[in-house]
Each structure stands twice: as C-alpha cells, then as structure tokens.
Design a binder for this molecule. Structure first.
Ligand code: 9MR
Ligand code: 9MR
Ligand code: ZN
Length: 836
C-alpha cells in the first residue's frame, strides 16, 4: 500500500505534537492578499487578556492584566534567572515558508530596559523565525515591519516576548510593568508559497478504517479522478478480489467537493483489504470480519474507567493516584460535603450531573439492548467479578450521582473548581472544589437515571437497585414541589455551564422512566405530548425510548404510541439525510459535539430497523468522512493524536478509545478559527489539542458510541421486521415534536418542541371561565401551572400564557403576575392553602 504524504507534518511538529497534532493549513488564495487578516485574535486588549499567557520558570514571577485604556500589562515582580523566566506568549501562529508578513505592535515599560521579541518554533530547537531586540522606555516603541518566513512552514509557531533577566542588564529593578498594544500579524504576500506541501494529508479514497461485517453494506468515497472503476485488494496477498464501477459523481456542497461512491457490499470474505482506484493513493486498510468492533467496544468502555475521579486509576500511561479526594463546599455556604467519585466529564475535570445522566442512560440502554454482548474483561478493577464490566463501570458514576442528591431530594448541578485547570494530570488540580446549586434539570435527569438504574441493577444487586429507586422517588417529590430552576454559572465560576432553556423534556424523561420503573400511570398525568432529543440539553427521546421499549402493560397506550411515532419520525428524517450524503452523515448542520449527534442518530436508526443507514453512520465515525479520520483515538490508521484532553496533553500522547467531538462549523476556539477559516462546513475539524470545540472528548460522546455499537451488533441477530413492526401501527399518530437529527443545534429542537406544546395548551383554552391557578388552562391546577408561570415571570420567551391563563394566574388578585403567585400556586398544590 502507498500512504503517500500521510502525516507529513509530524517531523516538523514532533516536539510539540500535543499542541497542534496534524493541524490543517489556512489556505488563503495565492498572491498578495487583498484584504489581509490579522492572525492575532486578541490584539487590542480592550476586553481582556484572552489568548495571551505568561510562561514562568527559574524564579520568574509576573501576572497579566489590562489597563483601563485597553493595553495589556505584564506586572513583573521577579525577573528570574534566564531571559525566558518571564515569557509573554500567544500560541499558534501559522507561518508559511516564503510568505511575507507584516508585523506591528506598540510596547513600553515603566523601567527603561531591553527585551526580546520572537516568533519561534514551539518545541524542538525553539528556532527564532523572526527576532527583534527592543530597547524599551515609558514612551511606546512602535514596531512596524515586514519579514519573510525563511524556514520550513510551521503553522503553529509561537509569538513571544522574553521579559526575564537579560545578561546585559543584570541590575534593573525587579518590579516593573511592561505594556503592549495593537499587535497585528498579517500575511501580505503568499505568491511564493507552495500550499500543496502543507496541511494534513487529504486521502482521495476514503473508507471506514476499522471494518465491516460480512453482510453489511460496504461503501467507500472517491473524491478525485481515478477513472470509473475501482478495485478491492487483499492487503496480505495483494490479490484483487473485486472490481466495481463507481457511482455517478455527486456534488457534495457541505464538503465542497465531488464524490463518487464505491459500493463493494458483494465482498464478504473475511480478511484485510484496501481500495484502489487508478493512480490515486490507496485507501487505508480495513477488515471484513464477523466481529470487527470488539476491541473498539472494550476500549470505548474502558475509557470511562480512565476518566474515574477520586480513586487510584491503574494504567501504564494514564494511571494516577486518587484525585479530587477532598470535601467540596456548597456554593454560597460553609457546608462541606463528600461528592468524591464519578467520572471526569471531558478534557477538563469537572463533574456535571446532566452530562452524567446522558452518559449513564446510554450505557444502561446499551446493556438492555444487547446484554449478551457485554463481557467481564474490559480491563477495569472489577473485571472478572461475574458482572459485565459495563454495569460495574456505570455503577461507579451512579454512586457519585447519589452523593450529589441533597437531603431535600434536589440534585446539585455540578462540582468543579472555580476555573479550568492548566494542562495537568487530575491529581495536580488541587484548588478548592465547589458544588453549585440544585437545578431542576439535574434533579429530573437524576430521577430518570436512578429509575432506570433500579431496573437495570435489580438482578445484579437488589439492595443497590432499591437505593436507586428510593433516590429517584425522592427527587421526583422534590420536582413536584419546586418549579423550574435553570442553572447558569455564578459569576465566579467559569467551568462547564450545562445550562438549559427549559426543564420540560427532563421532567418528561423522569415521568416516563418512573412510570416504566413502577408501572404507576399517575407519573404520566398531565402529559399529552412527547419531547425529543438525546443529548445533555434535550433528553425527551430517552423518555420515548423508555416507553417504546418497555413491556406493554396496557397503560398509557396513547402516549406510548406517540413516543414510538416520534422515534420513527426521527429515524425517517435521519435516513433521508444519510441517503443524500456520500459519507453517510445523518446531519446537515455540524455543531459542537456533532459526532454525538451523529451517533445518536445511528442509535435511533438501528432501533427503528434501519440498520443499513445505522451502519453508514458508524462508518462515518470510523473514518469514512470528509476528514478521512477515524474519530476514535487509537483506532484506524489516522485518528486524533492531539485531543483536548488534559491527561493526554500532560502525558504527551492520546489516551485510546475516546470519540472526539468532531466537525463544528461554528469555529468556537482559536485553533479552529485559525485552521478552519477557509474550510467548508463539513471539514471544520482540527486535530489540535487547543481545539476544544472540535477535538475535545467527553463521557457523553463515548456513551452513544457504545450504545450504537450495541444496537448494531444486536441488529445482526434480530429480524429487522420485528423492530419496525411495533411502530408501523403508530405512524399515523400525531407527533408534535421535531427530531434532533435534522438539527445539530439541540436548542432549536427544544424551542420547537415547547412551542408546539404551547399551541396545544392554547387550544384547550376556554376564555369564558376564570379558574384561578390554572395558568395553562388545562382544566386543573398542578405543578405545570406553577412551572409555566415561573417561566413566564422569568420572561422566558417560550413561556406563552394565554389571556385567560394570565387572569387565572393572578391568584393573589393584586393585578400583577409575579413570584408570589407562583408560590401561592405551589402552596395550593401542596395543600398548604385550601383556596385562592
Ligand atoms: O478545557 C476547557 C474545555 O474542557 C471546555 O470544553 C472549553 C469550553 O468551555 O474550555 C476549555 O478551557 C479553555 C477556556 O475555556 C479558555 N481558556 C483556555 C482553556 C483551555 O483551552
Ligand atoms: O458539549 C457541550 C456543547 O454542547 C456546548 O456547545 C459547549 C459550550 O457550552 O460545551 C460543551 O460542554 C463542555 C463543557 O462545558 C465542559 N466540559 C467539556 C464539554 C465538552 O466540550
Ligand atoms: Zn478527579
């Protein structure tokens, strides 16, 4: 096989590979740039120090701030022992060989002194590509000049000022301030740049890099001219086992290319193969095997073990002593509580309840969908104990979630330090842990997860199952007595927010799951429409899965039918998009964590008997995508090497078995902004550790991968007709929610779902009757009235209250709608007041 040019940037990057991985290149149009772009994102410091930082060593000490007139101030207190003991820097500046740049900045110092400016290699020999010695005074020195990059292209250079001790001036005062402003670096002429030479290798024949099962549909994408035919070649014998004709050229707008599909489904003989087409480079190899995903499944589960917090983790590369083991303070109080345990959420070490709920739900439903698939040898401490490891691992998180429940029954939203830590191992994050307030989304998600756990663990450990059910009931009671409370970060906390617009879908999921766990229909009272969504912010489809896959008990049949219809509708929509995509992508918008949205769609496709489309989705994740990257670290030929994952960054290599977030066309971090600026939507992904908006990992992105692998394997030994049968009877049932798979923006889904609910509530409105407390005019006064009013009072745009509803809502009859009315309605529901 020829892998021409693969990972060509690696030699340049070795020392600093964890910073940039195989960064793609910004490829401006050749020639003098008409409208040069400033490559420095925060250049005027009007809104803070963002993207600038200080490196300190050898006794250097300094802090960064900005002045009231918008300059960057480096407040030096100790010069240290070397000139880079205090280094102000800005990371990831792309410099192309032979390109000409225009550099500008203004710099001054409260003490007359000499400093160095450089754009340098970030690692290796730290070669200075451009160097200036600067004599500073209190008058700003204006630097304004052009230079040509004479060295090999380096798209992740570092711009820096060495502000430590200078040998030539050993006696200057330690304490002084350096001011910087108006930094710009513009590419002004790239006519001599050979862009072919830079950027990650872009394969022209793209296949799933893991493999296919014998009877799967098997396709690859060819995106360059290699003639009309293609071959499947046995990688061991070099024998051509199949020759086929490429499909007609298809314009792929989101990837900005023309694609032809190579269908080789007829090849069924187990073995290792690659695709070849004319003179194009061969595809990366893949297997055809009965169980191609076994190792992938095991490592995807073991990933959770490696994310464990609060215990010693054993692993040759990523092991560590117990981290975050101290008591945490409840925000705004002096109370200390024990919330040790659970999994680190992602590339950061926060632990967030709503994120946890999605992850455990996926893992438990994966198990229920295919219990015999899961083994007891994933490589975790519980391996070999007779219980499938997926259940042992999930329980580790559930035990932590139980600790997050307050005595009131409400559940704390999250625990983390006040800010994100540096790129260190978890044991090195030692700042105080803070537990943030109870939220209704966390409480409802907790309720649902615990109700599901009660069912899943009943046979494994009845006592634990009972504990889960009791906790679920307690959180349910809390929810009934408390209106929606949407969490958002207090000012002094900047870790993951996991905020939400509404808790309607979380409450829906909790209700469905409680009904499923207890068979008690009253949990569903007041619910007439279904919610949608399978991510941390929209969870309605978990409720639908709960109803659609539970044993029929003759109750709530109407809602169960609606739930099935909603899943069917979601699957149909995804299937349509998959069929229109040469790469088998089920989404047309790519947002943060698109690989999760894509995996979610695959799950629903498989559940609804559309396994061929689900296989296409899996192949997208495993390499057959416009990036030609297998999105799971450590798998396939080309996988992310520089994930935004602190242990990987600290250790210097990618921890295996993690699904990265993937394509995100919104460019929400500086690396994505720098490297994907000119990329079409479906290619906005960068294997760069700084790119948290495309290359981070999370527990709730791995969990749908596990779930997708489980349903996919289950589909192999089930009759697809069986799965669809139950839903065909319900397709005529009206469903008022939309599907997540058409929209990568889950909040859009949320809005649509709740606005359709609002319209159905309005239709029940009978304007002629005053019914105090009945805010949603449903004919009775219950928690949903208090919730709706609370949201209305909080001016939530989607909280629509009809004219009659407003009259009904003024329960204290003072002519205003306010929180007092909400409280009074709640007291009425709790029977603390008899009438309004
Ligand atoms: O590491 C953080 C990652 O887990 C989050 O998803 C991301 C967005 O909230 O933020 C990352 O932290 C960055 C922070 O937001 C801004 N300063 C740099 C941090 C590390 O890249
Ligand atoms: O997954 C989250 C994504 O949907 C949001 O758009 C993004 C910005 O708010 O945050 C993501 O969650 C991050 C969390 O805030 C902190 N831990 C890492 C998560 C994944 O990037
Ligand atoms: Zn920890």
């Amino acid at each position: 096989m020829i892998f021409k040019g693969k990972r060509k940037l690696l030699s340049v990057l070795t020392a600093a590979v964890m910073l940039a991985g195989t960064a793609g290149a910004v490829v401006p149009t050749a020639g003098a740039a008409a409208d040069p772009v400033n490559l420095i994102s925060n250049s005027t410091f009007d809104t803070g120090t963002k993207d600038w930082a200080i490196y300190k060593e050898s006794g250097g000490a300094a802090t960064l701030s900005t002045t009231s007139d918008g300059r960057l101030a480096v407040n030096i207190s100790s010069l240290g022992k070397v000139n880079y003991a205090v280094q102000l820097y800005y990371d990831i500046v792309p410099l192309y060989e032979n390109a000409t740049y225009h550099m500008h900045f203004e710099i001054s110092s409260s003490t007359d002194r000499f400093v160095e400016f450089m754009i340098q290699q970030n690692g290796g020999k730290y070669t200075a590509y451009n160097w200036k010695g600067l004599d500073l005074t209190s008058e700003p020195l204006v630097m304004d000049y052009e230079f040509t990059m004479d060295y090999e292209t380096d798209i992740m250079s570092k711009l820096c000022f060495n502000l430590g001790i200078q040998k030539t001036e050993p006696d200057i005062p330690q304490e002084h301030t350096i001011y910087l402003d108006n930094v710009s670096l513009e590419l002004v002429d790239d006519s001599a740049v050979n862009y072919e030479e830079v950027g990650p290798y872009k394969p022209k024949i793209i296949a799933n890099q893991i493999g296919y099962r014998p009877n799967d549909k098997k396709t690859a994408v060819v995106r360059a001219d290699g003639g009309d035919t293609f071959k499947v070649v046995n990688a061991d014998t070099k024998e051509t086992v199949y020759t086929g004709t490429l499909g007609a050229p298809v314009t792929n707008k989101s990837a900005d290319e023309t694609d032809r599909v190579a269908d080789f489904s007829e090849v069924k003989e187990p073995g290792t193969y690659y695709i070849s087409c004319g003179s194009l480079d061969d595809s990366y190899p893949f297997v055809i095997a009965e169980k191609p995903y076994e190792k992938l499944m095991n490592d995807s589960i073991r990933m959770f073990y490696l994310q464990r917090c609060g215990c010693e983790v054993e692993d040759a590369d990523f092991g560590h002593k117990a981290c975050h083991a101290e008591m945490a303070t409840v925000y705004g109080t002096n109370d200390k509580i024990d919330v040790t345990g659970g999994w680190h959420d992602a590339g950061d070490y926060g632990r967030y309840t709503v994120a946890a709920a999605k992850a455990v739900a996926d893992l438990m439903y994966a198990y229920l969908a295919n219990p015999t698939m899961f083994n007891d040898k994933v490589g975790i401490p519980e391996s070999g104990n007779g219980t499938p490891d997926i259940l042992d691992e999930t329980r580790y998180e559930l035990e932590w979630m139980l600790k997050m429940q307050a005595s009131s029954g409400g559940v704390y939203h999250k625990v983390s330090c006040a800010t994100f830590p540096g790129y260190v191992m978890p044991t090195a994050e030692t700042k105080p842990l803070i537990v943030t307030p109870i939220s209704s989304t966390a409480t409802a998600d907790f309720c649902a997860s615990m109700a599901l756990a009660a069912e899943v663990y009943a046979d494994v450990d009845a006592e634990f199952a009972g504990k889960c059910l009791a906790a679920a009931k307690k959180s349910w009671d809390y929810l009934q007595q408390n209106p929606q409370f949407n969490f958002s970060n207090p000012r002094d906390i900047s870790t993951g927010d996991y905020g939400d617009k509404t808790d309607k879908d979380e409450r829906y999921w909790a209700a469905c799951q409680m009904f499923r766990a207890t068979g008690d229909e009253t949990y569903l009272s007041g619910i007439s429409t279904v919610s949608a969504g399978l991510d941390w912010s929209t969870v309605g489809d978990y409720g639908n899965i709960a109803l659609a896959t539970m044993k029929a008990n003759g109750k709530a049949e109407d809602l169960v039918a609606k739930a099935k219809a909603q899943l069917e509708k979601a699957a149909m929509t995804s299937e349509t998009i998959v069929k229109g995509s040469p790469y088998g992508s089920p989404v047309s918008l790519y947002a943060w964590g698109s690989n999760m949205t894509i995996a979610n769609a695959g799950i629903v496709l498989s559940m609804q008997g559309r396994q061929e489309a689900a296989d296409e989705v899996l192949s997208y994740l495993l390499g057959r995508n416009p990036l030609g990257t297998c999105f799971v670290t450590g798998f396939g030929t080309v996988a992310p090497e520089a994930p935004h994952h602190r242990p990987s960054m600290a250790v210097g290599k990618a921890q295996p078995g993690m699904l990265v977030g993937g394509v995100n066309s919104a460019l929400e971090d500086s690396a994505a902004k720098a490297y994907c600026k000119t990329e079409p939507a479906a290619k906005c992904y960068i294997d760069n550790a700084e790119s948290y908006s495309t290359n981070e990992i999370t527990i709730y992105w791995n969990s749908p991968l596990v779930y997708l692998l489980a349903v996919t394997e289950a589909a192999q030994h089930s009759d697809p007709q069986q799965t669809t049968e139950s839903t065909t009877t319900t397709t005529t049932t009206e469903s008022t929610t939309t599907t997540t798979s058409t929209s990568a923006s889950s909040e859009t889904t949320e809005t649509t779902a709740s606005s359709s609910e609002t319209s159905s509530e309005t239709s029940k409105d009978d304007p002629s009757k005053l019914h105090l407390g009945d805010v949603n005019c449903s004919g009775k006064v219950d928690i949903s009235d208090a919730v709706l009013l609370a949201r209305f009072v909080a001016e939530q745009t989607d909280a629509n209250v009809s004219a009659q509803g407003k009259k009904n809502a003024d329960v204290n009859k003072n002519g205003n709608l306010e929180n007092d009315d909400v409280t009074l309605i709640l007291k009425y529901i709790a029977k603390l007041v008899k009438e309004f």
